[in-house]
Design a protein around this ligand. Structure first.
Ligand code: ADP
Ligand code: MG
Length: 482
């Protein structure tokens, strides 16, 4: 048994999600990403004396949406507090947050939904707060530059219970949270741009122990795979340290994406005392049940609702349904497509097969597919189902031309003379040709080798150039051979 098998990991995640409202948390400054530095600012976000913050109602709405979606208890009486610390990118000298009255408590995130690994991770709390500005260290050789465009942008912080057991589960947790906020359209979920940030609290203890070990908190992972790498590294580092007789100290660490390691940022002794106190400039915000009910009515269909619809109403496999709900734009595409065709299975096959692989090959998104809209896929399915073209002709000849051009599937089929013969006369002619060319096989079939139908069908497809309707042809061959 390796030393690593003696231990189990305990992980709790704190996720900050930047709310995609148009203006900041407590001012009307724009939140647009990528503007010139220090243009999305005002005396309020700069914390000038005499200015007053005001609650942005949309942020409350977004947090309530999230709370409903994770089945949380939503607080009626919300207070705000000042979290005080001194830093150059925090002009007010404090952040307005919710200290003891988070807008949501409880609720859960489901890992691996609708599979046999499905498991809930409980949420401790979700609270509203505001972001700080950005310190830029790598653009000027001598000075640190400050961009305050981000100062005051609204965030929700989602804190999980320490119930996550592995790096794999942690990355699944983050991807489920990202999927959720994207479905809800409350955050763009972009980790590279920092709209979604994850801090990982990690500890280890001997297997079966009741007492958690001391934890470290690792920051600065800008992708889901880096969350996984950082946690894997941290679990191993802690076990190695304990096995060598050392001890884990409560500390904040940072992730280095170049070599996958974590390094000490600050120890607990240096931790800030934030001296929280009630924000005197903001009234408590009341979130009443009838408001929650009204927000509930605006919630879009969520992945789980879609999963049920696709498996129970449409008869898709769990596997197909899970692929489709993975991303909201793909699910929207499928929803549109299935309003145009009732052949749901074919719709899923086209989407998860040829369309997906085209997107992957060309590093394209489904929104950018201008020549293969849901109506175009529906047309192809209709051509196949009405017997005009075969499935293989559609996939091999028509699909590649259609996805790269304006011509409709039917126009392509007609231009290339691919419309399948389903009239008995035409097929009978082809079959006669096949019989003439393969007298031995016909003889053997008549003597009982019924499996030769496959061979004869293959010949028929060759002779007809793939244009004979296979179902009809199969039936006619059997009839003609008695
Ligand atoms: P802090 O202010 O110290 O960051 P929070 O309450 O904001 O504390 O967050 C604590 C996070 O650490 C939560 O996600 C919680 O689940 C997690 N956590 C607490 N104890 C442990 C532990 N022993 N090992 C791993 N994670 C832990
Ligand atoms: Mg914290």
């Amino acid at each position: 048994m390796s030393i690593y098998d003696k231990y189990e990991a305990v992980i709790g995640l704190e996720i900050h999600a930047q709310l995609s409202t148009k203006s900041k948390a407590y001012t009307s400054d724009s939140t647009e990403f990528g503007n010139l530095p220090n243009t999305n600012i005002s005396p309020i976000s700069l914390g000038h004396p005499g200015t007053l913050p005001r609650i942005n109602k949309n942020n409350i709405e977004y947090a309530v949406k999230l709370g409903i979606a994770v089945n949380a208890d939503i607080r009626e009486h919300n207070e705000f507090a000042r979290k005080n610390y001194f830093y150059a990118d925090l002009p007010k000298g404090y952040q307005i947050t919710q200290d003891t009255t988070p807008i949501c408590n409880n609720g859960h995130i489901t890992l691996f939904p609708n599979t046999d690994k499905e498991r809930n991770i409980n949420i401790t709390r979700i609270h509203l707060e505001e972001d700080a500005g950005k310190s830029i260290h790598d653009q000027d050789p001598f000075n640190t530059l400050i961009d305050l465009n981000r100062a005051g942008v609204a965030l929700v912080e989602i804190v999980s219970e320490p119930e996550i057991k592995s790096a794999e589960e942690a990355s699944e947790y983050v991807s489920q949270v990202r999927k959720l906020v994207r479905y809800l359209e409350i955050c763009d979920g972009n980790m590279e741009e920092g709209s979604l940030r994850c801090d990982a609290n990690v500890s280890v203890m001997l297997k079966g122990s009741e007492n958690f070990g001391e934890r470290t908190e690792t920051k600065n992972m800008n992708s889901i795979s880096n969350v996984k790498r950082a946690i894997e590294y941290e679990i191993k580092r802690q076990i190695d340290l304990l096995e060598a007789g050392g001890q884990i100290n409560m500390e904040t660490r940072s992730f280095n994406a170049v070599d996958g390691s974590t390094f000490l940022l600050r120890s607990k002794e240096e931790a800030h005392d934030y001296r929280y106190f009630p924000e005197p400039d903001l009234q408590p915000t009341l979130v009443k049940q009838d408001y929650i009910d009204r927000v509930k009515e605006t919630l879009p269909l969520m992945p789980n609702d879609l999963f049920k619809k696709y498996t129970q109403e449409f008869g898709l496999s769990d596997y197909d349904a899970n692929i489709i709900i993975e991303s909201k734009p793909v699910a929207l595409y499928f929803d549109k497509l299935t309003s145009l065709t009732k052949n749901y299975k074919a719709a899923a096959n086209w989407l998860n097969g040829p369309i997906k692989s085209h997107l992957n090959k060309n590093a394209q998104t489904i929104e950018g597919l201008s020549n293969m809209k849901p109506k175009d896929v529906a047309e192809i399915i209709e051509l196949i189902d009405s017997g005009k073209i075969s499935n293989s002709i559609a996939e091999q000849k028509i699909f590649p031309l259609k996805i790269n051009g304006k011509e409709s599937a039917l126009e392509i089929a007609e231009r290339l003379n691919l419309i399948q013969e389903s009239g008995d006369d035409a097929i009978v002619d082809y079959i006669k040709q096949v019989f003439e060319q393969n007298p031995d096989e016909v003889e053997r079939y008549k003597n009982g080798e019924k499996q030769l139908t496959g061979f004869l069908m293959g010949q028929l497809m060759r002779v007809s150039g793939g244009k004979a309707d296979p179902k009809k042809a199969n039936q006619l061959i059997r009839e003609m051979l008695g």
